[in-house]
Design a protein around this ligand. Structure first.
Ligand code: NI
Length: 199
């Protein structure tokens, strides 16, 4: 039996034009960083100039996110790159389809209200918790066309944007949960920290 040619893990999702068109860049998904990796606690630096390298990083991050199968957002910090870049791909929510979003240097201009919902993080596998966050936000950033854009968001989109911007500041969602819940998770977090998944 012939060996199956190895395809990127996201092949199924992108395979709309047939097998030959799957790979856009000759790159593999990037390695995710996991809880316990010191890079996740560092503050990312603003992107001074969006060059081809930054655009390719964004493309690789989208590929990496897709390869996870269930991720809806990713910060460059989570692939070990300390640049202020986030991507969000929430797909379809309440019959509305959202295009993937790439934002350089995202800034929260305003926030309103408070809402609690369950969150998880690709860098903290198998851990979820209720997190209180602003309900509505206005975020500004620079898109892949190098244009400044302003996004008014609520619901899942607002939550993901806030979660990813937190990553750029070295903040994880578990920092935002109550002390009691965090104590309940402490064994699990310690286990993750000690495991430091192989890269
Ligand atoms: Ni996360």
């Amino acid at each position: 039996m012939p060996k199956r040619k190895r395809k990127p893990r996201n092949a199924d999702a992108s395979d709309v034009n047939g097998e030959d068109n799957v790979v856009l860049y000759e790159t593999a998904p990037l390695q995710l960083r996991y809880y316990g990796d010191p890079v996740l606690r560092k503050r990312a630096k603003p992107v001074a100039k969006i060059t081809d390298a930054e655009l390719q990083l964004a493309e690789q991050m989208l590929m990496t996110l897709e390869a996870t199968g269930n991720g809806i957002g990713l910060a460059a910090t989570q692939v070990g790159v300390l640049k202020r870049l986030i991507i969000v791909n929430i797909g379809e929510v309440d019959d509305e389809v959202y295009e993937p979003l790439v934002l350089f240097n995202p800034e929260i201009l305003s926030s309103e209200g408070e809402i609690v919902a369950e969150e998880g993080c690709l860098s903290i596998p198998d851990v979820t918790a209720d997190v209180k966050r602003p309900e509505q936000i206005v975020v500004e950033g620079i898109n892949v066309e190098r244009q400044s854009i302003r996004i008014e968001a609520d619901g899942l989109l607002a939550r993901v944007l806030l979660h990813e911007i937190d990553h750029l500041n070295g903040v994880l969602f578990i920092d935002r949960i109550s002390g009691l819940k965090r104590r309940l998770l402490s064994d699990e977090l310690l286990r993750l920290q000690q495991a430091q998944r192989p890269s």
